[in-house]
Write a protein that binds this ligand. Structure first.
Ligand SMILES: C[S@@+](CC[C@H](N)C(=O)[O-])C[C@H]1O[C@@H](n2cnc3c(N)ncnc32)[C@H](O)[C@@H]1O
Length: 592
């Protein structure tokens, strides 16, 4: 039930730091739209009392859809029953606020329920609120996004909004519209990205970003949004405190596409990749498309023994690479596929032409449950449910997600892939030699860093590259492409990759680029490139060791133990002191 309601309780020190920022005067009135156990109400009351307000609790209002949460909030905080709505916030709020009431600040940690996890009722309520409040974010966003957009309607002029949000605010397409709306409606806006996971004790790997929007105006020009990264919750709390005291240093701006792990904690300007000479964008040479969408991989992907048992003819199926990790080197050829087949991997994709009426095929198709067939959205979209659209043969495969990136491999025969791998198509005018050089170059440290900047980091540390992000990856090419040099480099890198030494392969490719592009070392010193790449990957993984060891091994002079600014344990499992216990009993006594 907690999961379906998106219930993760904010650690008290964090809610206190947020409330301390949001409340400016003892007369401020505040709303918490999804109060859970009431931790924000406690924090708000504490702040108001600190500012000298004697009847702090009377200035606070809350809402939660869960009646148990409302009871908890009342019991924990002593909130007046008339000040809490046991309701769906999105249905409660109108363009006049809540029952005509508006607030000086709105704070909280709304439910992070994605569209596909929302119940039919939740979706309906979202849809109604989009129409009623004219929210500009479509109907595919996560629940938190609607809370955030709607909250503005309950805010007084010059008011503040402070929300703890999932990291997707930094990369989801729908989030960009919200960020822009906030930038237009507030005089100052900051996003404070927190690398440490705050809800690990609640079983959630989600990383959070604190949104602080200050001085609400009905119409305003475009404001810059600042982005700050804090590694631990303790440092985030200190940072929020410094913001309140006006001592924070200048912050870097959020560009169109920001990923928090690219920002150093000191917020110094990040390395500039686009200005380096001989640098290109992948999208200028290739198109990237998702792999075949089957709608039911379990049914359409088969092993050789399954195929034989079902008496399905080879002509009705096509070879596929089941997972990118099966591309060990820089090419994927028939020999690699045969080896998969002989090891019993599901490397056949059933894609029969609709005319075939062979008994064996029809018998297999008949095993697909009728009800599931009707409910399958992919099937309803294609003409023949049993025949996935194979599309054009790809020139190469690009890994969609992984802990390092990017990785590409030439498709050396008529082999396909499903949509867990991307398909790469070189433009017609790109010569064979250039294709080889581009594919090689994409495994350089430079392109790896570019992929870190363009891709999205997920809670587990995985880097995901959507086709549009893949097209933005930058790579280097020497002005003159020497066939012998490229062939030799390709051979060496391919061999190392096949042995599992991707760091070695990258070093060989870096050597080629740094020798082939005279100005590169001066523009982008190799040591600096390594250092930034290393820190960036460390942040994303929250577990720097394997990368560090690899870099130390190859480039002993570059790395030193002192560069390891935070230990793996800080970021992985343990929590900042601030996220552990809080003297809640004392706080409750104070509240009473
Ligand atoms: C992430 S928890 C946060 C709880 C609390 N704000 C905190 O920070 O500890 C989200 C809360 O939203 C509530 N919730 C979920 N859907 C809601 C809705 N549509 N309207 C109001 N509250 C909702 C859940 O019951 C849950 O208590």
């Amino acid at each position: 039930m907690r999961r379906s309601l998106g219930r993760y309780d904010t650690p008290r020190p964090l809610s206190q730091a947020v409330a301390d920022w949001a409340v400016r005067s003892p007369n401020d009135e505040a709303l918490e739209p999804s109060s859970g156990s009431g931790v924000f109400i406690l924090s708000l009351a504490h702040r108001l009392r600190q500012l000298g307000q004697k009847s702090a609790i009377d200035q606070l209002w809350a809402c939660d859809i869960d009646s148990a949460a409302c009871t908890q909030t009342i019991q924990a905080t002593g909130l007046n029953k008339r000040h809490i709505w046991n309701a769906d916030f999105l249905s409660l709020i109108s363009t006049d606020g809540i029952n005509g009431r508006k607030f000086d600040c709105i704070v909280g940690n709304p439910p992070y329920i994605s569209l596909h996890r929302m119940s039919v009722e939740q979706r309906q309520r979202v849809s109604d609120s989009v129409d009623r409040l004219k929210l500009d974010i479509g109907r595919r966003a996560s629940l938190w996004a609607y809370f955030l957009s709607a909250s503005i309607h309950a805010l007084r002029l010059h008011g503040r909004v402070a929300f703890i949000l999932p990291e997707s605010i930094l990369h989801a397409e729908y989030a960009l519209a919200i960020v822009r709306t906030f930038a237009k409606s507030f005089v100052r806006c900051s996003l404070v990205s927190l690398r440490e996971r705050c809800f690990i004790l609640d079983g959630a790997a989600e990383r959070v970003v604190v949104l602080l929007a200050d001085d609400f105006r009905s119409v305003l020009g475009q404001t810059e949004i600042s982005l700050h990264e804090c590694v631990t919750a303790d440092s985030a709390i200190s940072f929020l405190t410094s913001l309140r005291n006006g001592t924070a240093s200048a912050l870097p701006s959020l560009n169109g596409h920001a990923v928090p792990h690219l920002l150093p904690p000191t917020a110094e300007p990040i390395i500039e990749l686009a200005t380096v000479k001989q640098s290109y964008q992948l999208g200028d040479f290739v198109d990237i498309k998702i792999g075949v969408v089957t709608g039911a991989d379990q049914f359409f992907l088969l092993s050789e023994s399954q195929r034989e048992k079902l008496k399905l003819r080879r002509a009705w199926l096509m070879p596929v690479v089941p997972r990118f990790k099966e591309c060990h080197g820089l090419t994927f050829c028939r020999k690699d596929w045969r080896s998969l087949r002989d090891r019993g991997q599901k490397c056949w994709l059933l894609a029969p032409s609709p005319e075939i009426t062979a008994k064996a095929l029809l018998s297999y198709l008949a095993t697909f449950p009728v009800e599931s067939k009707k409910l399958n959205r992919t099937f309803t979209k294609r003409k023949h449910w049993f025949s996935p659209v194979p599309g054009r043969k790809a020139h190469a495969f690009l890994r969609y997600m992984g802990t390092a990136g990017p990785r590409l491999a030439f498709a050396r025969f008529n082999v396909n892939c499903t949509n867990i791998i991307h398909r790469v198509y070189f433009h017609k005018d790109v010569s064979v030699l250039k294709r080889k050089a581009i594919l090689l170059s994409l495994h350089s440290s430079y392109s790896q860093l570019s992929a870190e900047f363009e891709g999205r980091a997920y809670g587990s540390g995985v880097l995901k590259l959507e086709p549009s992000e893949g097209r933005r990856i930058r790579f280097l090419l020497p002005e003159k492409l020497n066939k012998n040099v490229i062939d030799a480099c390709f051979k060496a890198a391919n061999k190392l990759m096949k042995k599992g030494d991707s760091t070695g392969a990258t070093a060989v490719i870096d050597d080629w680029l740094f020798h082939g592009i005279q100005s590169l070392q001066a523009a982008l010193p190799r040591q600096r490139l390594f250092a930034v790449l290393k820190t960036t990957i460390q942040r994303r993984l929250g577990y720097p060791q394997h990368f560090m060891t690899a870099v130390i091994h190859r480039n002993g002079s570059i790395d030193s133990a002192s560069e390891n600014q935070f230990s793996p344990s800080t970021l992985r499992n343990t929590q900042s002191a601030a996220l552990k216990s809080y003297p809640r009993q004392i706080e409750l006594l104070q509240a009473k």
